[in-house]
Structure formats: structure tokens, C-alpha cells
Design a protein around this ligand. Sequence first.
Ligand SMILES: [Zn+2]
Length: 413
Amino acid sequence: MPARRLVVEASRLRHQQELIAAVRDAGGEIVLDTEAAELASVGRHSGRVRTAPWALPEGAGPLGPDHFRADAKSDVIGQIARLAVSSGVTAVLSPAHHLGDPAFRDWFSVDRDACLALRRALDREGGQGIAIDYPLIVPNAVLNQPNQRGILVATLAALPIDYVWLRVAGLGADAGPLQLSRYLSAVAGLHNLGKPVIADQLGGLPGQAALAFGGVSGIAQGIGERERFDTGDWHKPAKPRPDDAKFGRAVRLSIPGLNRTLTRSELDVLASAKNGRRICGCADRACCKHGYDSMVADPRGHAARQFFNSIAKLEAVPDLRRETYFLSHDGPMAKADRTAREIKALRPDAAEAARHNIDPEALMKRLAEHSRTTEKIRTTLETIHETRGNDVPRARVAALRSGGAPKAAKGQP
Ligand SMILES: [Zn+2]
């Protein structure tokens, strides 16, 4: 559970050597994401993943099933194994694909063989100590279907893997009550595997609820990004994009405990209301020394510290008490509910809203809606907690691994 693990995307690995070394020296875990799924996607392969070492040359299209076979001329599996060994990672995410790809329905059997081939390649290349984790990338409907889930579990059980990383298309920090309760019962169906399950790219309150309720062993997300997984643009050709540098995404900020991000302009409008700065600003002086001003000056630092804090607090609670803590008066759920109510009651200054070109009524309507959803999530989780009792099987603990980092350890006792 502790945030001592780093996922490195193959396309970024060259630029993150210092970070990798620092995490490894601190005894942390490095997991290599091969980005195989994105590289095989019509809509994604030419995006930021195109600099992964095994991407095809520009204009040559996405990687297809044949590239992932053990005897493929392009030797993608061999390349992955060699990079994993040379960069001293702890584990590799098996090169698995989105099982909802409408262009190819048989990824699961290709991916199963690729996983076995990767194990052989790692062993051959000197990476016997490097573990393989399996990214299960599925549409919500597949995960929620007991029969289909059974097929997945039966196949995964026979693979040489440590952890299962679950990425559910269309699920994220903004999941509603129904989606969340279905997710909790679906992940329980994966516990039969007897392997830790990591909720991949599931941020916010839903990710923490899944942890607290024992549905998953850990969560993986970015800092202020990768809090939601979507495949909406994966299966149609990408539109030519304007230069990213010129049209950068608006910075979004997370209000402590609210479980929702806002743009800087929206936040400034809310802060213009009476009590707005106090309610929206970070009250944690160890995190943001000057409250609101510090928070907007360093939104990513604030998001990172708040995220690590929330995990540390959850970790400090014994396993079987975590649901109770999560729902308690001072727990994350009640806090999110309270903050959402306080924020929806704010009355932003009309002139400030006009200055930011924001319609205050539309903004407050969205925040009122968010408050209603948060309240429904709370009652849904309370019902789950009250009805199922304490003896529900929980996801296995994902112990920190160190076996795969031979570079630093070599020659030492
Ligand atoms: Zn802060």
C-alpha cells in the first residue's frame, strides 16, 4: 500500500533515469509499463507513446497481434525483456491489450502467449529476478459479467504473474454510486486468483474506497493525472492535434477532501465568495504554508502531498477497521460529503465570475450535482458496510518487492 512504487512508461524511461535511481536507492519498486495497449491502438499509437523503443516507425501504424508473438521478426518481447534487464526494474507489466478492441477480438489469447514468452525471454536475458505483473484492461461490462470474469480468472491463474493490475474503461475518480458498488463486487470476484489486485488509473475517492473496503491491494495513479481510464479515443484514428505546447491543458486543482478537480479560474471564482478561500484552500499548513495562495502556486505538490497523506492515514488503520474509518465522522467519505455541501452553498462574486468568463450559475449547478452524487456514494458505501459485515475476503497484500533490482544490489551481502 505505501507509495513507494514507481510506474515508468517505456516512452518516458530515458528521461526518468534520475527518478528511477532515487526510488531504487530508497528501496522502492520500479514497474515498467510497456505501453503495448496504447501502441496497438489506432487512436493512441502516434501520440505520446510513439517514443517507446518498440513502437513502429512513424506512419507505419499501430503494433498488431503478430508483433507480440514469440517468434515475431520485430522481436517486441525480446526488446521488452532486454530493456527491463538493462534498466534494472523490479517488475514488468505484461504486454497486454484492451480486451474491448473492436478491431481484434482475440487479444486475450495473444496476450496470454506473450506473457509466457516474456517470462522465457526475461530468464534468457538474465532477468530471472524480474517479476511480471498482468494489466487486465477491460470494458466495465466484461468485468461485471460473472461468466466472462470467470474465463479471465481461469486463464490468469495459469500465468507466471505476481499481481493483476486492473484498468477498467470508463471508470475513474468521478465514478458514481452504482458504478462504484458494481466495481467493488466485481473485484471481489478476482480474489479467487489469490493474487494482489492493483486498481490502475483509479484515483480520487473511488480508488480510496476500493482500498478501504479491501477490494484492491493498492492503487496506481499519476499526480493530478491518470485518475481515470478511458478508451473513448482508442479505436478511431487520431485527429491531427494542434501543437501540445501551444494548447496545453488547463491546470486543474484538487480541493482538499472534495474529490473533484477544478480549473484555476473556477477556483478563483469560488474563492471570491464569503468564506470561499477558507473552504477551498488547503488548511494543512505542513502542506500549504499560506493556505489558498500556496495551493494555487504549487497545485501538483499539493495534490501529491494530499494523496500520500490520505494513503498513509488509511495504512495506519488496521485492515478490518478501514471501512469504519473511511465512513467515520473524521474519515475521507464524511469529509468529502461535508466539503461538497459547504462549497455548493458558496455565493461567488458576479464581477469575479465575469472577469474569468465563467457562468456562476452553471458552475454552482455542477457543484450542487457533485454534492448530491457524493452523498449517494456515502449512503451506498454505508449500506454495503452494514449489510456485508466484517468477514468478507479482502484483497491480498501487495508486499513491497525488491528481487528485481540487481543493479544496486549486486556484490552486496
Ligand atoms: Zn496543500
